[in-house]
Write a protein that binds this ligand. Structure first.
Ligand SMILES: [Zn+2]
Ligand SMILES: [Zn+2]
Length: 279
């Protein structure tokens, strides 16, 4: 039995067209113990475009995540009201760039409809999502320095439930054929993980990388072992599915990896409280 999938998107996210019902049906069919809807809410573009007074930088530069947020919360509430199965259904968000506005992040955290917040860093201030960068033209060392510096701000703030896909840029760097020795960022990564632990928060194993050419989870074993060695115990599992076929994808591998790294339990969140499931 798969323990959980606590990172999935629906059509409330700009990069998915999946109805929540089809995602939940798939999760139910897989026999998941817990399942979370976590649509993208990017805080760096939370308000309508006019608020920022800037042009869209490309066709995927979406604004007004405030409207998406409200839509997503209403959808999740309705799903929780209608769902009759035995699986624990969780209303979450993937909060992108909380470092753009920590006060806004904290006000959203007051929402009683919200069980679970994944904090993710998809882009650096005034830069595009790591997905869009041209790594042949970029100073990859400087990018990773900036990535861990921004991540540190998020971890030090520490009011999320789990930190999303630690090492997110590595997929795009690897897919661009650029090799990096991550030894240099071991210490910054450890400082981020220490802050997460100090704040009583957790991290996720995001298994989407198993479905991609990259072939590894976010984060991979070396960071999970570091997290364990530093005393980290709060760990969730999420596929980052954007369509029903990907729900639960890589979760068995992620659970086996967690176990082999010395974790005995994984957890899901209700009203921001961790609930543990034995592996
Ligand atoms: Zn993400
Ligand atoms: Zn996601």
């Amino acid at each position: 039995m798969l323990p959980m999938d606590c990172h999935t998107h629906t059509y409330c996210s700009p990069d998915s067209d999946a109805p929540a019902g089809s995602m939940i049906s798939r999760a139910q069919a897989l026999g998941l113990r817990a399942y979370a809807l976590t649509d993208h809410i990017e805080l760096c573009r939370f308000f309508p475009q006019g608020f920022y007074g800037v042009p869209a930088r490309n066709e995927e530069d979406f604004f007004d995540y405030a409207a998406r947020y409200e839509h997503s919360m209403q959808q999740n509430q309705l799903a929780k009201d209608l769902y009759q199965g035995g699986m624990q259904l969780i209303s979450g968000i993937e909060m992108g760039e909380p470092n753009a506005d920590f006060a806004l992040a904290e006000s959203l955290l007051q929402d009683k409809r919200l069980d679970f917040v994944i904090a993710s860093l998809h882009e650096l201030p005034d830069r595009l999502d790591f997905y869009f960068l041209d790594y042949a033209q970029e100073d990859v060392d400087a990018l990773l320095d900036a990535y861990f510096a921004e991540l540190w701000k998020i971890c030090k703030w520490g009011k999320f439930d789990v930190l999303g896909h630690l090492t997110y840029p590595l997929r795009y760097i690897a897919e661009a054929g650029v090799s990096v020795d991550m030894t240099k960022w071991q210490e910054p990564a450890a400082e981020c993980l220490k802050a997460v632990i100090r704040n009583g928060r957790g991290i996720e194993i995001n298994t989407s990388g198993y479905r991609q050419k990259y072939g590894r989870p976010f984060p991979d074993r070396e960071y999970l072992e570091l997290y364990r060695d530093l005393g980290g115990t709060i760990l969730s599992l999420g596929s980052d599915a954007h369509c029903p076929e990907d729900v639960g994808g890589g979760i068995a591998e992620g659970a086996a990896l967690a176990k082999s790294c010395g974790f005995e339990k994984v957890c899901y969140f209700l009203r921001h409280e961790p609930h543990f499931i034995e592996l």
